[in-house]
Design a protein around this ligand. Structure first.
Ligand SMILES: [Zn+2]
Length: 313
């Protein structure tokens, strides 16, 4: 592992050695688009919405890919090195890629969108002292803060098109405002007692805070730590005692852990359904409604509410 990492770092250095010098400002975008490389689908989608036709976005992590565990391939390093701007989530979401980004920083502007959000709005990580929960996209109002971060970067980088970026940001913020209202309205369909969300890992704390759900993840804030048998049992006991009708799997996390919880619940004579699949740390397939951020958020709240209603809506 270390050996592989050292190799990637050497590769980064070699690739960057052939790049333009640090601080180069002679960038002329009048006849070409800005090349952006983004890590997660959510971040890529955000930059596309603000950058519009001015940006060409390459997203490294496709549907079902877990950003906590993702490490850069040789191809990724070459792709990253060809970017004008690199956008990533940050707050240690892409834990294996942090040092690759650090090495790029001197040559290519690298922006962690979640780290541009006011710290007072962030939740501290339950697992890692002094760190923040990176899953900010689950609270639509926090993602609206990320819109402003991206807008400011693009305006500064390409001031000739400032009005375009500002206009795009404004209309996207309106869309996100409506999305936030939609999630709130959907959540209202179930009682506060019914709002217990059990998922594979602790991705939904911001969602819980924004929309009034108690959230229990089987694994911690990163999928890098495995759930223990005791974790499975504790969660099963909670489900039985609260008569929770449904628990949820995630598209970017293997299903076996949450199925272990379901089996432990069944062993106690209670039935809990798999309420459906949530898009936690990755978008759905391109070209489907869930292939963009707004569709992902809608699909999640619809799945959660229908699951917790136990199909009785
Ligand atoms: Zn996560």
């Amino acid at each position: 592992m270390l050996k592989k990492f050292a190799y990637i770092i050497v590769l980064v250095s070699l690739v960057l050695a052939g790049c333009r010098p640090v601080g180069a400002s002679n960038l002329d975008f009048s006849d070409r688009t800005i090349r952006v490389v983004a890590t997660t689908g959510m971040v890529g989608d955000l930059v596309e919405n603000i950058g519009g036709e001015r940006v060409q976005v390459i997203t490294l992590m496709g549907p079902g890919v877990d950003p906590h565990l993702y490490s850069a391939s040789e191809g990724d390093v070459a792709t990253l090195a060809s970017a004008d701007l690199i956008f990533y989530n940050g707050l240690d979401l892409e834990a294996q890629m942090g040092r690759v980004f650090e090495r790029m920083e001197g040559s290519i502007r690298t922006i962690a969108v979640a780290e541009g959000v006011d710290r007072s709005l962030l939740l501290e990580s339950a697992d890692y002292e002094g760190q923040f929960d990176p899953h900010i996209w689950f609270d639509v109002t926090l993602w609206m803060e990320a819109v402003k971060v991206v807008q400011d970067v693009l305006v500064e980088f390409d001031p000739d098109h400032a009005e375009l970026y500002q206009g795009n940001a404004e209309s996207y913020l309106e869309e996100l405002n409506e999305l936030h209202a939609y999630v709130l309205a959907q959540a209202e369909r179930i009682t506060s007692e019914q709002r217990v969300l059990i998922t594979a890992h602790d991705a939904f704390s911001y969602f819980g805070r924004a929309y009034g759900f108690q959230v229990e993840g089987l694994q911690g804030i990163s999928t890098a730590t495995e759930a223990s048998a005791a974790d499975v049992q504790a969660l099963a006991n909670l489900i039985v005692s609260h008569r929770i009708p449904a628990i949820f799997i995630e598209t970017s996390v293997p299903t076996r852990t949450i199925e272990a919880v379901q089996n432990a619940v069944n062993a106690q004579g209670h039935e809990v359904a798999i309420g459906g699949e949530l898009y936690s740390d990755a978008l759905g397939n391109p070209g489907t409604p869930e292939g963009v951020y707004t569709g992902m958020v809608k699909a999640n709240i619809d799945t959660i509410v229908n699951g917790l209603l136990g199909g009785n809506d």
